[in-house]
Design a protein around this ligand. Structure first.
Ligand code: ATP
Length: 295
């Protein structure tokens, strides 16, 4: 039987602004999304029996309907009348509940895989129409690279690759629920908003300095108050030569951007020594060319 192996890449938010809370409870956002070199490995296989079977190398993860991979495969099967089954093996590397869209990335990989396994020949837009019903970040994860995400995150504008940089990505030993963060955010009371338009302009001009100067995430107003360790970790990255440091998404993962590999390595070592990080990565931005090799 044919098997397909895919990488599902994590993202960070170089900028994250919340404009308002809509009457339906969703938040209107403006975010600059960036793929980074941290990925899950997934293997998909067609099976004769009409079931969806998932195995994962991390015990805490659900392997039933609660796994986004399951929901993605189920929706694809229903939409395209597929009566065969799919088995999926997941090797989890992306920190979980971390603000790195790990579940959404896996769901996107599942949509790509079912499309290929059953020769559906879907366009990106068709895949994104399936993905948006699974989660607001899934349409972005289907394309990857650098993008501006608006609406509730599903209105996407592809941007040129951000200039290359090294990254230190660190998750403290705590889990933060996205729901908690948004519920405790007072969007209408925010006094400062990151300059998302300026950041997009800097990306278009190829200015890494312009990008890092404008890094900002309004969700830090909630998490940094509740979890001081996030501010501590950002401080440590800055002291060790980061151009800037920020929390990704609803956290608690933080990242520092470095123009030089040597500095990034030093900051990585300092973070490791500090014992503040439960998970730690030395990585980089992944551009659209890098993503061509994801299969
Ligand atoms: P986001 O950046 O979109 O807020 P996140 O990093 O906060 O995402 P995820 O790691 O995507 O959060 O998942 C959060 C929860 O979703 C986990 O606690 C887990 O139980 C559940 N989940 C379901 N499917 C998956 C999956 N394939 N990978 C990771 N988590 C999953």
């Amino acid at each position: 039987m044919e098997t397909i192996q895919l990488r599902a890449y994590a993202k960070i938010n170089l900028g994250l602004d919340v404009l308002r809370r809509r009457p339906d409870g969703y938040h209107e956002v403006r975010m600059v999304m960036q793929t980074v070199g941290i990925w899950d490995e997934l293997e998909f296989e067609r099976i004769g029996e009409d079931v969806i079977r998932i195995s994962a190398d991390m015990q805490e993860l659900p392997v039933n309907e609660n796994n986004l991979i399951y929901r993605a495969v189920k929706r694809m099967k229903a939409m395209y009348g597929i009566r065969e089954g799919v088995s999926v093996r997941l090797r989890k590397k992306i920190p979980v509940a971390a603000g790195m869209a790990g579940g959404s990335a896996d769901a996107a990989a599942a949509i790509h895989a079912v499309d290929r396994l059953f020769g559906l020949g879907l366009s990106l837009a068709e895949k994104q129409a399936v993905g948006v019903r699974l989660g607001a970040d899934v349409p972005y994860c289907l394309m990857g690279g650098t993008a501006l995400a608006e609406g509730i995150g599903e209105v996407l504008t592809a941007l040129p690759d951000t200039p290359g940089a090294r990254l230190v990505v660190a998750k403290p030993n705590l889990n933060v629920s996205t729901k908690f963060v948004y519920e405790n955010l007072h969007a209408e009371r925010l006094s400062r908003h990151p300059d998302i338009d300026g950041m997009v302009e800097s990306i278009r001009k190829g200015s890494l300095q312009g990008v890092t100067e404008r890094m900002g995430n309004v969700l830090e107003t909630v998490t940094c108050r509740s979890y001081p360790i996030i501010g501590q970790m950002k401080g440590l990255l800055m002291e060790n030569g980061a151009m800037n440091a920020l929390m990704s998404g609803s956290g608690p993962t933080v990242f520092g951007v470095f123009s030089e590999g040597e500095r990034a390595r030093q900051a990585y070592d300092a973070m490791e020594k500090s014992g503040l990080a439960r998970q730690l990565f030395l990585t980089e931005f992944v551009g659209t060319e890098g993503l061509d090799e994801r299969v």
